[in-house]
Design a protein around this ligand. Structure first.
Ligand code: PMP
Length: 358
């Protein structure tokens, strides 16, 4: 098609203007990919076996009943109060679509998960972003104050991607008192398993308490199944039914469902890995602080470095040291906790960055 000719198909202009989700860069073969908060461990044998025995020519069970039953048991809820998606990002999309139409507002902290703005824009709804506090934490009072008659959804991310900060149980319960109960609250707990601070809000203890709260979790991070795409939501049945209505049918594969079951059956091994990653995270954070970084205490499987306008340059330095980090605009760099072997290079790079920043 020549540049001077209008393309014939009329697409929604707001979608044409929308940038596609920018994934963390792939790593060269000798570099460490610490840009997507993935789990560095290879799948456990039980997961490999489950996938090897799966069916490919048949459709999966659309509702993922077996996995839902298992999760329902852990949360002490009914199966109808659990919903699966091809990653929790799919469920976020389904729920935002179910609640927010053009002209409606969706409130969330910023910076937070990079996918939120696009998911809201696709619905024709308006993002209302509330700046993260200087210490990387959600400003829940300001978020509550940002709610208007047009607000349909509020997203709370704990631990927050990319700052790593948590919302405490006390803060969250207080916040829920301030939110009208016709506004859907999504508590995004993608990284909850990495949290060791006992004051953290935990969606598992909140089920059945609020008619407008849905908790989102994933098998991508702690359970290491990012490539298979499976996440889940726990919340009131009437809300999850709406998500089922907006969902693309059959997108949670049988491989993903079997791998999730195998992971839950072998959780001890996986949570041991998570504990090791959390220890490594805390060691790296201490070393960074010794280098002079003022980085918020991390609670997920990643660390946030506020490199501001030097972000691209800083990412370049990490790259020269064989570390692929995630550069987020002119705000900062997010580095995932990965292989033990990546730590020495990571700290050499961070030292060079901190020395070269004005
Ligand atoms: N929520 C947050 C805060 C995330 O960082 C991510 C992944 N980066 C997700 C949700 C989505 O994860 P997935 O779709 O793999 O479950």
């Amino acid at each position: 098609m020549t540049a001077d000719r209008q393309p014939p198909v009329r697409l929604r202009p707001e979608i044409v203007a929308l940038a596609a989700y920018a994934q963390g860069k792939p790593a060269a073969h000798d570099a460490f990919k610490l840009s997507s908060n993935e789990n560095p461990f290879e799948p456990i044998e039980a997961v490999r076996e489950a996938i090897a025995g799966s069916s490919i020519n048949r459709y999966p069970d659309a509702s993922g009943r077996v996995v839902r039953a298992r999760i329902a048991e852990r949360f002490g809820v009914s199966e109808q109060e659990v919903h699966l998606g091809a990653g929790s990002v799919s469920i976020l999309a389904q729920l935002i679509q179910a609640a927010a139409a053009p002209g409606d507002e969706v409130v969330y902290a910023w910076r937070s998960f990079e996918a939120y703005p696009g998911l809201v824009a696709v619905c024709g709804a308006t993002s209302v972003t509330v700046p993260i506090r200087a210490d990387g934490r959600h400003d829940l009072d300001a978020m509550a104050a940002a709610i208007t008659d047009r607000t349909r959804v509020v997203i709370v991310c704990s631990p927050n991607n990319p700052t790593g900060s948590i919302v405490t149980a006390q803060e969250f319960e207080r916040f829920m008192q301030l939110v009208p109960n016709d506004v859907l609250v999504l508590l995004d707990e993608a990284y909850i398993e990495f949290v060791t601070d006992p004051t953290v809000v935990n969606g598992r203890t909140l089920t059945g308490r609020y008619p407008n709260l849905v908790v989102l979790r994933t098998f991508s991070k702690a359970y290491g199944l990012a490539g298979l795409r499976i996440g889940y939501a726990v919340g009131p049945e009437y809300i999850l039914n709406a998500a089922r209505s907006t969902a693309i049918p059959l997108s949670v594969t049988e491989q993903a469902q079997l791998a999730a079951m195998a992971s839950l059956d072998n959780e001890d091994v996986l949570l041991e890995r998570v504990r090791d990653l959390a220890v490594l995270r805390d060691e790296i954070w201490s070393a960074l602080r010794e280098q002079g970084w003022d980085s918020p205490k991390p609670h997920g499987n990643f660390i946030w470095l506020e490199t501001k306008q030097f972000t691209e340059r800083a990412a370049g330095i990490f790259s020269e040291h064989g570390i692929v980090a995630r550069a987020l605009g002119t705000d900062g760099i997010r580095i995932s906790i990965g292989e033990k072997e990546s730590v020495a290079s990571l700290l050499r790079a961070s030292e060079e960055v901190v020395r070269s920043l004005p």
